[in-house]
Design a protein around this ligand. Structure first.
Ligand code: ZN
Length: 506
């Protein structure tokens, strides 16, 4: 049965989506600055309730999933289970704090140093790594997620859809391109011709900014959500203020952007007034928040610089959490291929750390990288029953089994986990690797095809399924399963080409 829901078809810009005003994180991908030339927020006519569009939750979900694949295909999805698991735990806690969520939510990181977060149809909420690194307390980060969740629960995107005279998918394609164009120019230019990207981005951005009223409402109800979930309600104002202060010291047209963007001093003042109406609540940041930030910091810049950054911080005792700082050091040492020292520092970390799944995972990585795959298997076998839903561990265990020369157990484990986490791309990739090690061609290509489909690259997915059929080690039943799937993927590809997709996935 169809019901009337708002189509949450929008690129939702939370706080400043402009250039990164801080230079804390220099990622491997060059800093994004393309946004500086983006046009000012446009004012949309108030469409009120007439903007409700009949769209089933399933349709909305499908649109969101397709958009997510577009982001993955363009490298705009952070394929990091530690970060994504954390964002989901934090996000779900905020969603559950109020009774207004009609849809499922799915949170994911975006590997981009600029400051942004956005919601997509179907409750998909992306958070730039730059934003996670900018926030100084977990309540600040939670305030952004609460704001974005509210744009979804309050149906703020309906009016935008009304404005889109094109088909949903065309709007969606433009949406994905706009997100890409907003990212670092160089990393997305491989995928999307720059001229198309910028032209469409300007066009879409003109249509996709929220009204001032929507922003106030997202702030107001987001605040209630933040409060109900037990966070420090001062987080929203604190983050907005820091963004404004930081932007004052940036040249270029950022101030212009801030003058026109709905984030204003009024909004900050309202956030402060709201927080002052509550008695102050001291909220300690979770260790997960500190560790995820340390992990993201370990990815920044050259690997030897990351090691030096944590070494200096530890020497000068400049950290919020020693456990997180030592964890970041071990992650940086692994990245810098200093395995012997990583092992030593891990031992130091484990003497002060409480039991934690991220420490189990990094310990397994230290063992694997030190050539001790069997020991890694043992460690993961002990950790998994304690943390069965931690995807990092779920991925690492079959990986360790393959390295330990036990690929049949690895593929069996991956297949079993695919029952629990259907359509999980990384699990398909691991399964493909495990089958390759066993010389099982059909299964190898079949899973690799599913991995590419998850990545949004239909052309490569179809190639792999064709190879699976030709593999010659298939029985009749297996072949017909692959053929059915191949037909579905070809149909999907044809639809996307008709709708103007596909440009960016080659
Ligand atoms: Zn907003």
């Amino acid at each position: 049965m169809r019901r009337t829901v708002s189509a949450t078809l929008a690129l939702v810009l939370a706080f400043t989506p402009a250039v990164a005003p801080v230079a804390r994180a220099q990622y491997a991908t060059p800093a994004a600055s393309a946004r500086a030339s983006a046009p000012a927020a446009s004012t949309l006519p108030d469409l009120g309730d007439s903007a409700q569009v009949a769209l089933s939750p399933a349709q909305e979900r499908k649109i969101g999933e397709t958009a997510l694949k577009q982001l993955r295909a363009a490298g705009a999805y952070l394929n990091d289970p530690e970060v994504n698991d954390y964002l989901n735990e934090l996000g779900q806690r905020l969603v559950a704090a109020r009774n207004d969520a009609r849809a499922d939510f799915h949170f994911f990181g975006v590997p981009d140093p600029s400051i942004n977060a956005f919601a997509m149809p179907g409750g998909f909420i992306g958070v730039n790594t730059g934003l996670i690194l900018l926030t100084q307390t977990e309540s600040e980060l939670a305030s952004v997620l609460a704001h974005e969740i509210t744009h979804v629960t309050q149906n703020h995107m309906a009016r935008m859809l009304e404005n889109q005279k094109n088909s949903l998918l065309m709007s969606l394609a433009a949406l994905a391109v706009a997100i890409l164009a907003a990212r670092s120019g160089s990393s997305s230019s491989d995928m999307v011709p720059a001229a198309i990207a910028s032209a469409q981005a300007l066009q879409v951005q003109n249509q996709l900014n929220f009204t001032r009223e929507n922003e106030y409402e997202a702030d107001r109800i987001g605040f209630q959500r933040l409060d109900a979930a037990g966070f420090d309600t001062g987080g929203a104002a604190a983050l907005m203020e820091r963004l404004q202060k930081a932007s004052r010291f940036t040249d270029g047209n950022v101030p212009t952007y801030l003058r026109t963007h709905p984030i204003t001093y009024e909004r900050i003042a309202e956030a402060q007034a709201r927080a002052q109406s509550k008695s102050y609540r001291q909220v300690a940041d979770s260790l997960d928040f500190q560790m995820v930030r340390a992990l993201l910091r370990s990815y920044a810049g050259r690997s030897d610089e990351a090691v030096a950054w944590f070494d200096n911080g530890l020497a000068e005792r400049k950290y919020n959490s020693e456990v997180a700082a030592r964890y970041g050091l071990v992650a940086s040492l692994l990245r810098d291929k200093q395995f012997a020292r990583a092992k030593k520092e891990l031992a130091a970390l484990e003497t002060i750390a409480p039991p934690h799944p991220m420490i189990e995972a990094i310990a397994a990585h230290v063992l694997m990288d030190s050539g001790e795959a069997a020991a890694a298997v043992t460690r993961l076998e002990a950790a998994l029953p304690r943390y069965p839903n931690k995807l990092q561990l779920v991925y690492d265990y079959p990986d360790a089994l393959i390295k330990a020369g036990r690929p049949a157990q690895a593929s069996a484990f991956a297949e079993a986990q695919l029952q629990r986490f259907p359509q999980n791309g990384p699990l398909h990739e691991i399964a493909a690797k495990a089958y390759a090690a066993q010389g099982r061609s059909l299964k190898q290509h079949q899973h690799l095809g599913e991995y590419y489909a998850w990545m949004g690259n239909l052309r490569l997915a179809i190639d792999q399924l064709e190879l699976a059929i030709k593999a010659g080690d298939a029985n009749f039943y297996e072949s017909s399963v692959v053929e059915t799937r191949l037909r579905a993927l070809r149909l999907e590809q044809a639809e996307q080409q008709k709708e103007g997709f596909g440009r960016s996935t080659g």
